[in-house]
Design a protein around this ligand. Sequence first.
Ligand SMILES: [Zn+2]
Ligand SMILES: [Zn+2]
Length: 335
Amino acid sequence: MQISIMMMRAMQLDGPGKPLRPVERPMPEPKPGELLIEVAACGVCRTDLHVADGEIPAHYPIIPGHEIVGRVVEIGSDVEGFALGDRVGVPWLGHSCGVCPYCRSGRENLCDEPEFTGCTRDGGYTTHAVADARYCFPIPTSFSDIAAAPLLCAGLIGWRALRLAGDAQRIGLYGFGAAAHIIAQVAHWQKREVYAFTKPGDVAGQAFARSLGCAWAGASDEMPPLPLDAAILFAPVGALVPAALKAVAKGGRVVCAGIHMSDIPAFPYADLWGERTICSVANLTREDGNSFFEIAERAKIETTTQPFGLEDANAALAAVRNGEVKGAAVIVPGL
Ligand SMILES: [Zn+2]
Ligand SMILES: [Zn+2]
């Protein structure tokens, strides 16, 4: 008797600093509580570069990608609320323990025993992925598969960062990539004034920011025309922390949204004085996701995307690394 084994295709990272390589693997089977998803699109996040470069701890070999949009093709036992064919999104937080003090106090983003999609469990640079059903989101029908992919991290963690910025009226966004291009639209819709900071000389990026409703766009070494109430740093550049502190008014907050950043240089205490604060954003909670998708739909967010085929994942990563992508890069296995 011949048994035919179903295979999936993926781009695998064998270790830090290595290029991804195409692999075929037997189709994974969903364990209890898991879904098997046919991947339609997977966004490329800067965090994938940190995984590829070994700047954050990952389990190698790993299939990167944590902005997955796909359809349920198999359902493990003990799964509720999902049916075959449902469209779902899989974010960075792939699992949390549910019992640590953080999980028990509504802060699963800080879980002591978390699993991260595309980092400690296989992600979405593949034709098929398994995911813990409890951490999957339904995706509003108004978004296409490719348009929805960047919402899963750039949008969602950007949203958490925006919430941490409080009710700041004048808000600065440092680094105008995938996350900022979404959060600028949300903040503009909330009737805040958005100030976009790009790499010096990135005139195209500044024009893109203005086209999305930003009141001002300039270089990250410039001061804004008015003091900011808060600033969010999406660029992984530690030197921007003291720069942003100088740009915020008394009581202002600087929110560092990246998972990894170069060292922050020393700065005078006077720049922090006046009840200015610096904080970081770690991961996401499922509540962040549910509230963000509702907002994204109401605010009619339009993502700008650049699709890449699955086998072109290395080119997609290079494009993100070199700042060549307008909006977000998205891996599309069916391309
Ligand atoms: Zn926990
Ligand atoms: Zn991400």
